[in-house]
Design a protein around this ligand. Structure first.
Ligand SMILES: Cc1cc2nc3c(=O)[nH]c(=O)nc-3n(C[C@H](O)[C@H](O)[C@H](O)COP(=O)(O)O)c2cc1C
Length: 439
């Protein structure tokens, strides 16, 4: 028996309402005796009656926007599409007209349209999502240009706007693109992605457009209760630290940084200024955060301490090494006969120091406790000894590496065990907690 979540509901089957789990058993043809359980909460009608303008810039990822439009419609939204001229080199407007049942807006000067198409579209929209958002399109949006129907619509927008950038890594990392991104965020736009992965030319890198279903989730969030953190500054520490023994060897741990990066991304989405102090990880910082890269616990200590005075909350997800070698050899240590002992000394306890030196209740302090046993009782002890506000307790075997985890929120008000969930969802729960204290 296979438990599967397919990408789309079978033809003619009715989508279900959010949180309503529909499980249907379908006879599978190959092999005929196998049964397949299909859970389709994915098609929750969460965007019912929402009017979404989907805009396309001229990038290879434009073909994925067909899928995005389809998902938005499956979730109940009414969709209209606007394309730049460049976008039409990558996909035809007819595809979207057929899909949405409405003409695709491609020409500001369309003689058949009586009125001002861009103004009508902007007024009609409850939200605008631009996917793919090219480097050029972001630059034009920052400059307030209105030289095609999509840019003119964006300039008239009085509803939330979400950009899903997609481009080659070098375009993404160009200072001008990063500057434009900051400006758009400051102007109130939302950014989803990009992510690291295979790019159009077959190279691996940062700049791949976020997957359509996740862009659709981000569109949904535009309509969610805001729980805004705008005007607040949140520092998040993430990843492992590395304690060098010699130029080629070190002591570290298996932290992937995913939890901290998820919190940084979600806090940024809620409008906070986010400082992400990160040890070495293989994932890229989310767009819009101020990333501070460190290596050792001592460097992380300095980076956090020097910024603690300017922030409203600190969320320490980093797996900071408790000990470091007393001495770091400047040359590779040579093999010797017999055993070897490395003398270690204590690293600063960053969280405890923040708790001890804090005056009043600002910044709010959130720590993580990862244990292999007695997880909650260790977290309760940590909450008191480090004088912090919240400890997120989780077990090492479920928390390390993957995208999912299971945690208990341990605070002075009591313990709140949470169901297994994605790190992204846990990030939201932690930020909800911070939001309730920060106001
Ligand atoms: C084959 C091809 C692929 C391209 N892919 C991208 C891309 O993924 N992202 C991007 O920012 N620009 C890409 N460009 C460049 C844009 O198409 C170009 O900057 C264009 O002016 C963007 O127009 P727009 O502002 O309407 O999006 C590509 C160009 C070509 C010829």
């Amino acid at each position: 028996m296979v438990l599967a979540v397919p990408d789309e509901p079978a033809r003619g089957r009715k989508p279900v309402l959010r949180d309503e789990l529909a499980a249907v058993v379908v006879k599978q043809q190959d092999p005929p005796e196998r049964l397949r359980i299909i859970c389709y909460t994915k098609w929750a009608m969460s965007l019912v009656n929402k009017r979404i303008v989907v805009g396309l810039g001229g990038g290879i990822a434009a073909f994925k926007t067909v899928e995005l439009a389809r998902i938005l419609m499956q979730r109940g939204a009414e969709v209209r599409v606007a394309m730049t001229e460049s976008a039409q080199h990558f996909i035809g407007p007819t595809t979207f007209s057929a899909l949405t049942g409405h003409p695709t807006a491609i020409d500001l000067w369309d003689k058949s349209y009586a009125g001002e198409m861009h103004i009508d579209l902007a007024q009609w929209a409850d939200a605008i999502v631009v996917a793919p958002a090219t480097a050029d399109l972001l630059a034009r949006a920052v400059a307030g240009m209105a030289n095609d129907v999509l840019l003119a619509t964006l300039l008239c927008a009085n509803s939330p706007v979400l950009f899903a950038p997609a481009m080659h890594e070098r375009m993404w990392l160009a200072p001008s693109t990063q500057r434009n991104l900051q400006r758009l965020l400051a102007d109130g736009a939302n950014i989803e992605g990009p992510v690291r992965g295979l790019l159009a030319n077959g190279q691996e890198g940062m700049g791949r457009m976020q997957e359509p279903a996740l862009i659709a989730d981000a569109v949904e969030e535009l309509f969610a209760e805001t729980r805004s953190l705008s005007g607040k500054t949140i520092l998040v520490s993430a990843g492992p630290t590395i304690e060098d023994i010699d130029p080629v060897r070190f002591i570290s741990n298996r932290s992937s940084g995913r939890m901290g990066y998820a919190i940084a991304q979600r806090a940024c989405r809620r409008g906070a200024r986010v400082i992400l102090v990160s040890g070495p990880v293989s994932i890229s910082p989310p767009g819009g955060v101020e990333a501070v890269q460190v290596r050792s616990a001592v460097q992380m200590h300095q980076a956090v301490k020097s910024r603690a005075g300017e922030v409203d909350a600190i969320v320490m997800t980093a797996a900071v090494a408790d000990y470091r070698p007393v001495a770091q050899a400047s040359d590779k240590i040579k093999k010797q006969t017999g055993g070897m002992t490395i003398e270690l000394e204590r690293n600063p306890d960053i969280l405890a120091e923040l708790g001890k030196t804090r005056v009043g209740t600002t910044p709010i302090l959130v720590g993580f406790a990862m244990e292999t046993r007695d997880v909650v009782s260790h977290a309760e002890a940590k909450l008191k000894s480090k004088r912090v506000d919240l400890i997120v307790a989780n077990e090492a075997s479920v928390a390390f590496g993957g995208d999912h985890t299971q945690a208990t929120l341990v605070s002075h008000e009591g313990n709140q065990p949470l169901a297994p969930m994605s790190k992204r969802e846990l990030a939201e729960r932690i930020l909800d907690w911070v939001y309730s204290r920060i106001k």
